[in-house]
Design a protein around this ligand. Structure first.
Ligand code: GLC
Ligand code: CA
Length: 557
């Protein structure tokens, strides 16, 4: 495999609105990110993915862009953005912008013009249809309800896969694609190192549009069904790569759900459309087509199986980007660990388990201190638009309000969007004003200030994982080595070998509260990482792992 600059990097996602508020208006901002760059440098991360800061009405928290060439004043100015890129560079940190190009905002000038004159120059920038012919298809939008919405002041309707304030751009129209490539190159010229590609799989629709069998009481069909029927996205992605990313050696990571297995090489292989794409297999464990209320909780065995399937699928192809959470998901520690066992040891075990898999590790803000789901007392205190839709779906299915709320508590995107917990002061030190969303009460206990420098903290543990992964000595194994499941059948054990040309590391996590004995794969040279201060060797080539213990051993070759 040809080496690329991003192979040995560790990435970190910032959700700017909730990261750090510099000017006290309750909203995190770009100057706030700049102020906290030293925290990120201390942690040791190399790449920052910044969730959208473009001009936006914030109907979907910035994933609805009204001007791709402007920064929303709530987040700062273009000068702030330039300063962020420059300040990051001083610390050898690369910036990724979030590329939201499946749709724009209904307040974007293209949509405004299409609305003013649907038959004119911009009509074909969107998917429009005559109202008199009825809905062209019964697809459900991701946020609930039909994808079709009347185009105000006209006899047309338009398509939106997400919120009605997020009209889909018509990628079949060459002028749309040209406008997008121009914009991407403009950002690359500015010095960003690449992009995270939002909802990118949606740019190709199954055409001609038609109905699919309804799968919920609303009479609509899941958007995933449409995606399964859509053919030919590759032509768009290849063109985009050639017109933009490739010329700049940009790092790109796709948000890709519902890809067809045979397409993986085309997406992230040596000549793939993207450098990497997120592995969402773990995110999808137990998820029900009916909605959150019907999801099943994750078990350690389920988690392990999902990780290894992804590892096997990508092994000879390319690098997935590995996560345990992001701004659309609940906190990883609240999702992948049993509720009554969430503690610093188990958080570290989970961290180490995903972090050393083959691929690019991404950390979501707050994950490095083990932030947990927040408490959400009632539905009127929810900000996230998808939570509302899921709450409605649960009620429609006959659940009580309390049961519907349980689903919201477990899966709401608000869990990830509460302010970053910097210290134990009011609002976790996120703002001097009133935060746009309430801080999780756990900030008094879980915060950066308390953990920084405390040797056995989650934060310091992440630092040691990052430092090890970036140690050039182990590049052959931790970056380029194979990932081989170890004692896969042993219940409650998540273990694998990272086997390189020179070094072999054995990564082991005891995914349970009870201790267990584990046979080693050979003799070991040294213990590289241990989340506990004991290491119990037995005489027979076995070790005894305490509940939630995690170790990495360098094996003798
Ligand atoms: C992606 C984003 C999510 C957003 C959606 C629409 O899934 O991660 O936050 O709501 O796309 O842009
Ligand atoms: Ca602010």
């Amino acid at each position: 495999m040809e080496k690329q600059w991003w192979h040995n990097k560790v990435a970190y996602q910032i959700y700017p609105k909730s990261f750090y508020d510099h000017n006290g208006d309750g909203i995190g901002d770009i100057p706030g990110i700049i102020e906290k760059l030293d925290h990120l440098a201390y942690l040791g991360v190399d790449i920052l993915w910044i969730s959208p800061v473009y001009q936006s009405p914030l109907a979907d928290q910035g994933y609805d862009i009204s001007d791709y060439y402007a920064i929303d004043p709530r987040f700062g100015t273009m000068e702030d953005m330039d300063r962020l890129i420059a300040e990051a560079k001083k610390r050898q940190i690369y910036i990724l912008m979030d590329l939201v190009i499946n749709h724009c905002s209904d307040e974007h000038v293209w949509f405004q013009k299409a609305m003013a004159d649907p038959e004119g120059e911009y009509g074909n920038f969107f998917y429009l249809a005559d109202q008199k012919d009825g809905r062209p298809c019964n697809w459900r939008s991701y946020f609930g309800g039909s994808v079709w919405e009347p185009l105000p002041g006209t006899d047309k309707q338009y398509l939106h896969m997400f919120h009605k304030k997020q009209p889909d751009l018509n990628w079949e129209e060459p002028r749309v694609r040209q406008e997008i490539y121009k914009m991407i190159n403009w950002w690359l010229e500015k010095g960003v190192a690449g992009f995270r590609l939002d909802a990118i799989i949606n740019i190709k629709k199954a055409l001609p549009m038609k109905d699919y069998p309804a799968d919920r009481p609303d009479g609509l069909a899941d958007p995933g069904v449409m995606l399964a029927h859509a053919e030919g996205i590759g032509a768009f992605l290849k063109e985009m790569k050639e017109e933009t990313f490739q010329k700049y050696h940009a790092f790109t990571v796709g948000e890709v759900f519902n890809e067809k297995p045979e397409e993986l090489a085309a997406f992230i292989g040596e000549d793939g459309y993207f450098s990497s794409m997120f592995d969402f297999r773990e995110t999808a464990i137990g998820s029900s087509p009916k909605g959150w209320y019907d999801n099943r909780p994750v078990t350690g065995e389920g988690y392990k199986a999902a990780c290894f399937e992804s590892q096997e699928r990508s092994a000879d192809i390319g690098f997935y980007s590995n996560i345990i959470e992001n701004h659309d998901e609940p906190r990883g520690v609240s999702r992948y660990l049993p509720k009554d066992q969430v503690c610093e040891a188990s958080k570290k075990m989970l961290a180490g388990s995903y972090f050393m898999l083959r691929g690019i590790p991404f950390i979501y803000q707050g994950q490095e201190i083990g932030m947990e789901n927040t408490d959400i007392p009632s539905i009127d205190q929810v900000d996230d638009i998808s939570s509302r839709a899921e709450y409605e779906a649960a009620l429609q299915a006959g659940l009580s309000e309390e049961k519907a709320m349980e689903a919201v508590r477990d899966y709401s995107r608000d869990n990830a969007r509460t302010p970053m917990q910097w210290n134990g002061e009011r609002h976790g030190g996120f703002t001097k004003g009133t935060p746009w969303i309430k801080a999780a009460p756990s900030y008094r206990l879980i915060n950066v200030e308390e953990q920084r420098g405390r040797k056995d903290s989650v934060l310091e543990f992440y630092r040691s994982l990052i430092a090890l992964r970036k140690d050039p000595k182990y590049e052959d194994s931790l970056i380029y080595g194979a990932c081989i499941p170890y004692l896969r059948e042993q219940k409650g054990l998540m273990a694998y070998l990272r086997k390189g040309e020179i070094h072999t590391l054995l990564v082991m996590g005891n995914y349970q509260g009870a201790p267990q004995k584990v046979e080693l794969s050979g003799t070991y040279e040294k213990v590289l990482i241990n989340n506990m201060d004991r290491f119990d060797e037995e005489e027979d080539g076995k070790i005894c792992l305490m509940g939630w213990q995690y170790v990495i051993l360098e094996m003798r070759s």
